[in-house]
Design a protein around this ligand. Structure first.
Ligand SMILES: [Cu+2]
Length: 169
């Protein structure tokens, strides 16, 4: 085989390797979606001026994250009027509280299994809430009942009820 011919073969082999790696990535991505888990994730805080009501204008996206203990969630755009704040009463006992203001990016590790309710200081009252489910948590009737006791608006409570229901599915 001439050196030129070998180089063509090597290049083809390289292309095949790249394609194989691509297939593996697609397969892994599919698996991670199918299992509903991400090793870590990013949550954006958005203001959607095309929304027809305040209740849909201010959002965490996504508003439900399922992660494993020790995973990190990156919160983007805690600036302007958006913030990230632990929802008192819907936060595992002993887990460090979160209160992020004025930061473009904040990485928050979630070490303890449980259900973490997150709200925005400014827009929580419009239903800008989210839930981080850490570990294999089960949502109980007591969890649902606890929502009613939170110091939160009706829209925020409705949001938490909807998110807990999704975890329970
Ligand atoms: Cu906000």
């Amino acid at each position: 085989m001439t050196p030129a011919r070998m180089s063509v073969v090597a290049r083809r082999h390289g292309e095949r390797l790249v394609f194989a790696a691509f297939l593996v990535l697609v397969a892994l991505g599919g698996f991670s979606v199918a299992s509903g888990k991400t090793a870590s994730g990013t949550v954006d805080q958005i203001t959607d001026f095309s929304a027809t009501a305040a209740s849909g204008m201010f959002r965490f996206a996504p508003d439900l994250m399922r992660i494993a203990p020790g995973d990190t969630v990156t919160f983007l755009n805690s600036r302007g009027s958006h913030t990230v704040k632990s929802q008192a009463g819907l936060w595992p006992d002993g887990a460090p509280a979160v209160d992020i203001v004025g930061r473009l990016r904040a990485d928050v590790p979630f070490d303890r299994p449980g259900l973490y309710g997150v709200t925005c200081r400014r827009h929580g009252k419009y239903g800008m809430v989210m839930l981080v489910a850490v570990g294999d948590v089960e949502v109980t009737a007591a969890d649902m009942a606890r929502i009613e006791t939170l110091r939160a608006s009706a829209l925020a409570k409705a949001g938490f009820r909807r998110l807990l229901s999704r975890v329970a599915e």
